[in-house]
Ligand binder design. Structure first.
Ligand code: ITT
Length: 197
């Protein structure tokens, strides 16, 4: 595939996505490359709705095939919160640190055995000639009682990955990209693109 625009301004995502698209797309651009890139209002009730909305607007704006990633953390004991509100859990424009503090506070009284959670990623692929496809990835784990690790972004330091004794922020880019929700969704996208060729 020649050109693709990725509808995200999140630097953590861009770093991971560039690696996940390696060898598949000749030229990847992102929202961060355009000063006038439209700001999508993420008012959908689901990851799917928000991902589709972001990808449609990016494709319309650029005239290119677009990929949007809507993702978040779903915590069982919090009835699925922060979910689609993950980026703004502590308020609009909140920092990762503020969101993590809020998560720790909300989970304060939740015992270790009830701290199951999942990272979810929904990718929407939209082209100017009307193709619309969704790909989903999910990785399960547990919410820690304090932050561990420096890598990644968002809630990574508070998420102990099932099957690992480490947090997502202790895995590092290569290992995260082998197991993450985002990697799983991108693997499905890769398979789909291969069949399109
Ligand atoms: P774009 O809409 O520009 O892509 P965003 O950060 O607003 O950027 P989302 O609306 O999809 O993106 O919100 C995703 C939030 O979920 C993100 O800000 C993190 O707080 C969290 N999140 C998603 N994937 C994550 C990951 O791999 N590790 C840690 N936190 C993640």
């Amino acid at each position: 595939m020649k050109n693709l625009i990725v509808a995200t301004r999140n630097k953590g995502k861009i770093l991971e996505i560039n690696a996940l698209l390696a060898g598949l797309v000749d030229q990847v651009s992102s929202a961060a490359d355009f000063a006038d890139f439209p700001e999508t209002v993420e008012d959908g009730a689901t990851f799917e709705e928000n991902a589709l909305k972001k990808a449609r607007e990016a494709s319309r704006f650029s005239g290119l095939p677009a990929l949007a990633d809507d993702s978040g953390l779903v915590v069982d004991a919090l009835e699925g919160r922060p979910g689609v509100f993950s980026a703004r859990y502590a308020g609009v424009g909140a920092s990762d640190t503020a969101n993590n503090e809020r998560l720790l506070r909300e989970c304060q009284s939740v015992p270790k055995e009830h701290r199951q959670a999942a990272f979810v990623c929904v990718l929407a692929f939209v082209t100017p000639d009307g193709v619309e496809q969704l790909f989903t990835g999910r990785v399960t784990g547990r919410i820690l009682f304090e932050a561990r690790g420096e890598a990644g972004f968002g809630y990574d330091p508070l998420f102990l990955v099932d099957g690992f004794e480490r947090s997502m922020a202790e895995l590092g880019l290569a290992e995260k990209n082998a197991v993450s929700h985002r990697a799983q969704a991108f693997n499905k996208f890769r398979e789909y693109i291969k069949t399109m060729k």
